[in-house]
Design a protein around this ligand. Structure first.
Ligand SMILES: [Zn+2]
Ligand SMILES: [Zn+2]
Length: 358
């Protein structure tokens, strides 16, 4: 929240212009404030006052050339590092860091690192933390390969909201390609591969293509939690971070854009191949031009917690907007073996049928 807004909020309450204001403290009582997810306001934990957050503007994309020249840094934050799991987190210098959001230990220490680029936008938490334990429990119940004991005893622990840094990219792509594919032909007498040449053009547009910038949560996990409404994200405002932590990025914008381009190339390749019927690829060359490239650097809301089973820790992650869950569970050796054996029997049976009953 900007200082002027607090001034506005307390116009009726104070006439004293000389009040020293700390933007993290409640202007009415000086108490500690947090971001109230259910009401989307700033809430004082002591006197219960609520304050509006200025969210009139949504974040706009910037040209990719600006990515390297961006020099704005965060204010009022400190970087903490976990001695147990290595997670790096940004914590407002008014909040007290008690434990690691990822592994739950108390061995976290303040570092002298700079937090890097200031985010342009933030997707606020919408799912209240009270709902998270149930979401995680229901998710475990549906995990077929998890041991029965685990499903029965699973107790979500150490649930924390963490803002996770991502780069989103917009661009138009133009690709020309050529290649040689093969199709298997089966006749009564023989089976062979018929090769054919292909070439053509394909245009694909990408909007808010997400690339994970922190190693605290993997790209795979983030994709499983997607989508986040990054297109409607309000401009970064530290009010949304009150009472929450944020992860630092350890891939810079340039590295993320490179990764994004590689992922887009892979996607374009898939789209090209979908145009043909083929069984094998001899080669496929594709040249892609990236046009009108834009980017945003935003924070997306993720709840992190863990289950403990036989002394081991299994992290789960919940999309802080829509409640989607993903994560790791222990595997039941019995269930996995049973399915493997059944699969082998099925394949063996199939091979037997095709070979001997021809
Ligand atoms: Zn207060
Ligand atoms: Zn940790």
């Amino acid at each position: 929240m900007k200082k002027e807004q607090y001034d506005k909020a307390q116009e009726k309450l104070y006439s004293d212009d000389n009040v020293e204001m700390n933007i993290y403290k409640c202007p009415n009582c000086g108490g500690e404030t947090i971001f109230d997810v259910a009401q989307q306001k700033v809430l004082c934990q002591y006197c219960g006052s609520r304050f509006d957050i200025n969210a009139d503007t949504t974040v706009t994309e910037k040209n990719i050339d600006e990515l390297l020249n961006e020099a704005k840094v965060w204010d009022n934050v400190e970087v903490y590092s976990c001695e147990t799991c290595g997670a790096r987190q940004i914590i407002s210098n008014q909040d007290v860091a008690h434990e690691c959001s990822f592994c739950g230990t108390k061995h976290i220490i303040k570092t002298n690192e700079l937090p890097g680029l200031k985010p342009q936008g933030v997707v606020p938490f919408k799912m209240p933390v009270e709902n998270v334990a149930n979401l995680a429990k229901n998710w475990v119940k549906k995990k077929f390969f998890a041991p029965r004991n685990f499903k029965k005893s699973a107790m979500p622990e150490n649930i924390h909201g963490v803002y996770n840094p991502v780069f989103t990219f917009d661009c138009e792509t133009k690709t020309s390609y050529s290649g040689r594919l093969g199709e298997r032909i089966n006749t009564n007498k023989s089976s062979y591969i018929r090769y054919f040449y292909i070439n053509g053009n394909i245009d694909v547009k990408y909007d808010d293509f997400l690339v994970q910038a922190s190693s605290n949560i993997t790209t795979t996990t983030l994709n499983k939690l997607s989508p986040f409404s990054t297109n409607d994200a309000p401009v970064y405002n530290e009010d949304y971070l009150r009472g929450f932590k944020a992860s630092t990025y350890n891939k810079d914008g340039k590295a993320c854009w490179k990764e994004g381009q590689d992922l887009m190339r892979g996607d374009i390749r898939k789209r090209i191949l979908q145009r043909y019927r083929y069984d094998t690829i001899d080669f496929l060359d594709a040249k892609t031009a990236f046009l009108k490239q834009k980017y945003k650097y935003v924070l997306v809301p993720v709840y992190v917690g863990h289950h403990t089973y036989r002394g081991k820790l299994y992290n789960f992650y919940v999309n802080g907007e829509n409640g989607k869950v993903t994560g790791k569970t222990p595997l039941s050796i019995f269930k996995v073996s049973l399915v493997t054996i059944l699969t082998i029997l099925l394949v063996a049976g199939f091979v037997y049928l095709t070979c001997f009953l021809d």
